[in-house]
Design a protein around this ligand. Structure first.
Ligand code: AMP
Length: 548
């Protein structure tokens, strides 16, 4: 497939309002792609370049993109930046700029989808001091051969936001439809393989295998997530539940085969090198081949330390020894997904728990079985007394569902409710804060789109504002008056007093008294609150349910 054809498909999808029509269009394309193209197309159409389990990153920010486009059309970086500011969309601006170039140049080399992918691989592989130059050269080559419409989607792919509304759910449905399969089969394989591209290939080549796909060591799966909820509702629905402490640490997945182990962060980046103490403790605790799910907690004098200490260790790449002396991390393991060649994801939690206790000699997080509110409340109080965040309430017969934020795991914590939201824009501050951003535009996700729900300006000290400015200044995609559009990469945890319906924001909701709590450095934008769960919280709040 030519990249131009891919761009035309994207353009058509962008103009299609209905979800089912979009799925139909993508489903019609998939069967005619060859084996190499199919996985690449499936990832690209979701705005992703590499498999979700892969640690590979393009590492292209807006500045590099401006520079590459400027070079290609023979202008200054500022001109490109201004054009992007004027449209508010890097894709459209690049398209317009390339259209000007097209009138003057005669030679464009056709690019096909796989060539573009290989160039992206080259970019991701560039390392070290010269990496920025190499990435730039590759980007120049790509834009140099792009027609205007190709430029629109190349730019957006490089920023990994295609803006055509093909989220994971839609693409999964399109794969099922294209190869006439039950969507649950596709979903099952997707959860274990963590790459819809490869799942699509299997769906075509060997659909009978889809149900037998298993999780593999050193290929991390997405973490199972929790919804905010109440103990009462869980008890009512399930009779007996499992209650665990909710640790305020950082999530990790531990993979081990023989003496070799690797640790992955919640964003599925490999962090083994930063966490030698966690690796050592777990290697000592088991002789089995395992994939474990748990939380790394910082401890001092037997009491948990705040999350910030943990995340500092996760990011550390140098002088790990001295940092380890200051912040000791311990693992709290609460789940097991794989044991000696066997996938346990589809087994009920109660069974996985037994396997976990059998396989691991230490570091298993305590779990309590509870059938009544008084029992749950006692554990909740104890959790808070011990310095934990609250409790997790889990359904005993539930499978492990990677990447799903369902009601099988429910988190209960005291105090104000918080939401994790994507930061998609900002506004310059005033007075003392004139040289920084003073407020931030927040969004929920809905099928691959980010829909604003409000702005947050309170709860941020001057010091934090300065840090946030440093964090965001490289992510500005467009400016208009006092407002800027940001590359959506950062997640804020935000407190609020109430969710209201509102015509002012695209999501249809707004937050009353939003308050900044912290940057969720461990979360990526595809993990932020969805429009559906926000609506659920809105309804729950209207029904007057408290948190217990
Ligand atoms: P949140 O980050 O607020 O969505 O809460 C869910 C997170 O709590 C998980 O992703 C884990 O990192 C963390 N967590 C702490 N303790 C547990 C536990 N016992 N079981 C599952 N997750 C836990």
């Amino acid at each position: 497939m030519q990249f131009l054809e891919f761009a035309r498909i994207c353009e058509q999808l962008e103009g299609t309002p209905g979800r089912l029509d979009m799925i139909e269009q993508v489903a019609a394309v998939l069967p005619r792609l060859d084996d190499e193209e199919l996985p690449v197309f499936v990832r690209f159409i979701m705005g992703r370049v590499f498999a979700d389990w892969s640690s590979k990153k393009l590492g292209v920010g807006p500045n590099l993109l401006y520079e590459a486009v400027a070079y290609v059309i023979g202008t200054k970086r500022e001109t490109v930046r201004e054009a992007i500011n004027a449209t508010g969309d890097a894709g459209l601006a690049v398209e317009e700029l390339l259209a000007r170039k097209e009138q003057t140049s005669f030679f464009i080399q056709e690019m096909d989808l796989l060539e573009v992918y290989r160039e992206f691989e080259r970019m991701a592989a560039a390392e070290g001091q010269r990496s920025q130059r190499e990435k730039l050269r590759t980007a120049q080559r790509l834009f140099g051969n792009a027609r205007p419409l190709e430029g629109r989607y190349l730019a957006r792919l490089m920023l990994e936001e295609l803006r055509i509304g093909m989220g994971e759910g839609n693409v999964r449905d399109a794969v099922a439809r294209a190869f006439e399969l039950d969507v649950r089969l596709v979903e099952h394989a997707h959860q274990a393989m963590n790459d819809l591209g490869e799942v699509a290939l299997l769906a075509r080549q060997n659909p009978d295998e889809l149900s037998r796909v298993t999780i593999e060591p050193f290929r991390p799966v997405k973490m199972m997530l929790a919804q905010a909820g109440t103990v009462a509702a869980q008890l009512e629905d399930h009779g007996e539940v499992a209650v665990e402490y909710k640790y305020d640490g950082s999530r990790f997945q531990f993979h081990k085969v023989g003496d070799v182990c690797r640790i992955y962060s919640r964003k599925l980046e490999e962090v083994t090198g930063s966490l030698p103490d966690i690796a050592r403790q777990l290697l000592e605790a088991t002789d089995h081949d395992v994939i474990l799910d748990g939380e790394a907690v910082a401890v001092r004098d037997g009491r948990p330390m705040p999350f910030q200490f943990v995340i500092r260790r996760f990011r550390r790449k140098h002088e790990i020894d001295s940092m380890m002396e200051k912040i000791e991390l311990v693992p709290r393991i609460f789940d097991i997904l794989y044991l000696d060649g066997e996938t346990l994801m589809d087994r009920p939690l109660a069974e996985r728990r037994k396997a976990l206790e059998g396989a691991l000699g230490a570091h298993v997080a305590p779990q309590f079985r509870v059938g009544d509110a008084a029992g749950a409340e006692a554990i909740y109080t104890e959790a808070l007394n011990l310095g934990h965040e609250g409790v997790m309430v889990k359904v005993l017969d539930s499978p492990y569902t990677p990447g799903v934020r369902g009601r099988l795991w429910v988190k209960v914590k005291p105090g104000v409710e918080t939401l994790d939201l994507a930061v998609v824009g900002a506004e310059w501050g005033e007075g003392r804060r004139a040289k920084m951003f003073g407020s931030f535009l927040l969004a929920v996700q809905d099928q691959g789109r980010l829909l604003p729900v409000g702005k947050v300006a309170t709860g941020i000290t001057d010091e934090v504002l300065a840090d946030l400015y440093t964090l965001f200044k490289e992510k500005v995609i467009a400016r208009s008056g006092k407002e800027v559009t940001l590359e959506p990469e950062v997640v804020f945890e935000v407190g609020y007093s109430e969710i209201q319906t509102s015509p002012n924001y695209e999501s249809g909701y707004a937050l009353r008294f939003p308050r900044f709590v912290r940057v969720r450095e461990d979360k990526s934008v595809d993990e932020v609150e969805t429009l559906d769960t926000l609506a659920g919280r809105y309804r729950q709040q209207k029904n007057g349910q408290g948190s217990f």
